[in-house]
Design a protein around this ligand. Structure first.
Ligand SMILES: [Zn+2]
Length: 240
């Protein structure tokens, strides 16, 4: 017997199935990540088309659960139209959602769901020049909520606050270590040399909320450094 469910969430990824159908990967507040078949979802006159027409919208879907989930109806609960009108944001978020789809755990997670909603609200309204700040803050928070929180307060070897100007971010250990523990000729690609300034920015991105971050000014080149570390950490742990 099939059962009807009401699910709220986001389409993370979509792929074609057969000639007319779609399969969407949907991250829902209630059931986590699930696959939903949208019959006729690629037909222009499909009644289900308008529900899915705008990427990144927060949706209320009605699905029937048989062997797999089928979409039977729904509506947009919240739209983020300014993301769609700015090509740079659109491209970046498209890529980001693809990555999230690969690494997010299937189980529902209130903290991750709420982080996604907050991030979309704020990136939708934000000026273009704040995108890099918000995306990096989202990524490092997201990784932490997934269980990959980097240690960026104390050295992972001696446990002390690193006071020297230069230190290492060690991807194998998952955080910072003092330079003195490693001989420089043995530096493997698991290490990246960073400076105190980089560390301070990583700490802000991880521990401060989006609104407080927006009240401060950051140099784009410093955010690019932070992005390099966060992306490398992301790839190192998750192999995406
Ligand atoms: Zn140390």
């Amino acid at each position: 017997m099939s059962q009807t469910h009401h699910l709220q969430g986001f389409v993370l990824f979509r792929e074609n199935k057969g000639e007319n159908d779609l399969i969407i990967s949907f991250y829902s507040r209630q059931s986590g990540k699930i696959q939903i078949l949208v019959r006729g979802g690629r037909k222009i006159n499909s009644k289900l088309n308008p529900i899915l027409a705008e990427p990144f919208s927060l949706l209320d879907l009605v699905v029937v659960q048989g062997k797999i989930y089928h979409l039977i109806g729904g509506e947009k609960r919240q739209r983020f139209p300014q993301i769609l009108s700015q090509p740079e944001k659109l491209i970046t978020l498209n890529f980001l959602f693809g990555q999230i789809n690969k690494i997010i755990k299937p189980e529902p997670d209130k903290k991750i769901f709420s982080l996604l909603v907050k991030f979309l609200i704020i990136i939708n309204q934000a000026k273009k020049e704040n995108s890099l700040l918000l995306i990096n803050a989202f990524l490092i928070k997201f990784l932490s909520f997934l269980g990959y929180c980097p240690e960026i307060k104390k050295c992972l070897i001696c446990g002390k606050l690193p006071l020297e100007e230069n230190l290492l971010f060690n991807f194998n250990k998952g955080g910072i270590v003092c330079l003195k523990h490693t001989s420089l000729e043995n530096l493997s690609e698991a290490n990246l040399k960073i400076k105190q300034k980089d560390l301070k920015i990583l700490q802000k991105l991880l521990y401060q909320d989006f609104n407080s971050l927006l009240k401060q000014s950051f140099f784009q080149k410093d955010l690019k450094r932070a992005e390099l570390i966060i992306k490398k950490f992301f790839i190192w742990h998750l192999g995406t």
